[in-house]
Design a protein around this ligand. Sequence first.
Ligand SMILES: [Zn+2]
Ligand SMILES: [Zn+2]
Length: 381
Amino acid sequence: MATAVKAKGRSAGRKLSMSGAAAPAEPIPARAYAARSATSPLGDFSFVRRAPGPKDVQIEVLYCGVCHSDLHTARNEWKMTQYPCVPGHEIVGKVVSVGKKVKKFKPGQMVGVGCMVESCRTCPNCRAGDEQYCDNEITFTYNSIDHKAPAGSAPGTQTYGGYSTQMVVDEDFVLSIPKGLDPAAAAPLLCAGITTYSPLRHWGVKKGMKVGIVGLGGLGHMGVKLARAMGAKVVLFTTSAGKVADGKRLGAHEVVISKNADEMARHANSFDFILNTVAASHNLDAYIALLKRDGNMCLVGAPEHPHPSPTVFNLIFKRRSIAGSLIGGIRETQEMLNFCGKHKIVSDIEMIPMQKINEAYERMLKSDVKYRFVIDLASLK
Ligand SMILES: [Zn+2]
Ligand SMILES: [Zn+2]
């Protein structure tokens, strides 16, 4: 890996001119996999990243996790995809070069990029470090308008994500990956990890609390690991009896088959917090009834069809609440990575070459992955 960084750095680093002054940086050629339309499989694609500016970090991508959002976007299921679309927002790589005003990173360092690469930086949410809730405009890592697109790009050119060999990102949106974490298995922390960590932290999960995690997929398996490491008593809810052993292996103290009404009833009024990761429409009342007075259930799965409206009585009689949560801010994402470094937490992954991405999407639709695919970008080099 060190050799690769060195070789790539040659074309990307600032060249000294005859006079010794730094010459302007050049655009960075990148290879990628892109969807050309909602119905075409992802295939080879080449493009250029912007010439790194003074605050930019140039990253050689090593690994990229495969998130469900990638598939939704590639197939235009949210009806806002610009093509060609290069997905990927669970990115880990090595710093190749840094601009002269970059303070936090240096070449050779292992870094990550998550779901955002820029925000307005001035609204109250950005100023509070909650850039994911920016009131103005967030630039997502892919399929957002790229206001920093390379010179000469067509107006409205979109951002391209981590299914690519190179990234150029402002240092304020780059994360440091703690030493000691397997970089490939750390990649899913950048979306699945922070999506579950942020609500667990926001609702103050700690030792002595009873926490439910609903669903054991990419998000749920991280939720179980993180809630356990925060010291909570963790109960996993799943519809599938085949996941009981795995749930316990990942850290759940108890696994409840949610289809079994008797098993569910035994937990009535007992949870401080429930993190619901299920992205399919389902009856929320069954879980709300399990919350204590003032308990909260937070939803992080985005279903295509709405959940049936919950019964208001269940909420008012014990002052229970339902909330939603979106990823986490940059500062909190770094806090999550440091927490994972300390507790040696990574995702359970299956590594694939880029060329297997279409097959991986089909398997992901059948929940046939434990628990995250990660692309090895060496397969594109
Ligand atoms: Zn994601
Ligand atoms: Zn903002």
